[in-house]
Design a protein around this ligand. Structure first.
Ligand code: ZN
Length: 365
């Protein structure tokens, strides 16, 4: 095997990144080496690329970044028993210790000693990546890499939607970024009643419509809580999924919540949010924070939904690039006029006329 590979490296603690030759990673006894076939750009990668305050505080440099991927296993460590060469895989990105209290009480998604693939450990915007065998998720071999690489953010959506009752409930999804869009599809697939999607970006609202939202609210034009009450017969939303992290939108979400509603918070605010606690107390709201994916319940829920054809993610994939066009790809991400942007790691994949993931049926037997 080659000794070096191309990797997109966050080299300096400043905006930008560089595509360069880096050593092919060496696997440990409990790790596998995966040839990355497709990866996708997360909002987190944009933070890393732009180098904001969060990145300065969190990210290790120099490091190959990127954490959403799908690929094929090329080598396995000496102690690995659950993965073999040729397996199609993705992986949970949180590398956890297994011995802290959260880990030992079924809460390893908030492990005290978490390292994060592509953030504080080497990631996937490269020819090869290494992952711990225990983090491996097996993909169906017929699942297009473009779809399989979306499971990391899809897991965020699945955890958020399924962290409480959803069947028959009116749901407000605040913020129609990628995870918001996925949440719309997951909520519908899991039997939600009316799904109301909000965003300030008309392009994203159009995508929300494609993902199955029943009501679209542009909250730069309409007062969000008023619109939610109008569309729920004056009750408010029984489930509020906060995906925006925007302080004003968050306040509107609490205001638009029905009595005894669930408010699940996934969007990360970049500034302090002042909340009227009266909404929480006197409406008897259940408020919870959502981070990552439950390990590994969320992955099995997601697999069930995907394999049974309950979710169609195709409308989310709007652009594909080879890794050498990363600057264009990040520029497009910053513009907001895109859905999911996928890197295809082998240039011939761009030309394959039969990369018809749009016709992928998701159905098993
Ligand atoms: Zn732990």
């Amino acid at each position: 095997m080659e000794k070096t590979m191309l990797g997109l490296v966050k080299e300096k603690r400043e905006p930008g990144a560089v595509l360069k030759e880096v050593p092919v990673p060496v696997i440990g006894a409990d790790e596998v080496l995966v040839r990355v076939k497709a990866s996708s750009i997360c909002g987190t990668d944009v933070h890393i690329y732009n180098w904001d305050a969060w990145a300065e505080k969190t990210v290790v440099t120099p490091n190959v970044f990127g954490h959403e991927f799908a690929g094929v296993v090329e080598a396995v460590g000496s102690q690995v028993v659950n993965v073999k060469i040729g397996d199609h895989i993705s992986a949970e990105g949180h590398i956890v210790c297994g011995y802290c209290k959260p880990c030992r009480t079924g809460n390893s998604h908030v492990c005290l000693n978490t390292r994060s693939f592509g953030i504080t450990a080497p990631g996937c915007f490269a020819t090869y990546a290494t992952v711990k065998a225990s983090n491996v998720i097996h993909n169906r071999p017929d699942m297009p890499f473009e779809i399989a690489c979306l499971q990391d953010p899809l897991g965020n959506a699945v955890q958020t939607v399924l962290s409480g009752d959803i069947v028959g409930k009116s749901v407000a999804v605040i913020g129609s970024g990628l995870i918001g869009l996925m949440s719309i599809a997951v909520a519908k697939a899991c039997g939600a009643g009316q799904v109301i999607a909000a965003d300030i970006n008309p392009y994203r609202l159009e995508m929300a419509h494609k993902m199955g939202a029943d009501v679209l609210i542009n909250n730069s034009v309409e007062k969000l809580s008023t619109a939610i009450f109008e569309h729920t017969g004056g009750e408010g939303a029984e489930v509020v999924l906060e995906m925006s992290g925007n302080p004003e939108a968050m306040q509107e979400g609490f205001e638009g919540a029905a009595k005894a509603a669930r408010v699940s918070l996934l969007g990360i605010p970049v500034e302090d949010v002042s909340l009227d606690m009266g909404h929480i107390i006197f409406k008897g709201l259940r408020v919870e924070g959502i981070t990552g994916r439950r390990m590994y319940e969320t992955w099995y829920q997601m697999k069930g939904l995907l394999d049974r054809g309950a979710l169609n993610l195709n409308p989310l994939v709007t652009h594909t690039f080879t890794l050498d066009r990363y600057e264009e790809a990040f520029e497009l991400m910053r513009s907001g006029r895109c859905g999911k942007i996928i890197f295809l790691h082998e240039s011939n994949m761009m030309n394959e006329k039969n990369r018809n993931y749009e016709n992928y049926t998701y159905l098993t037997v």
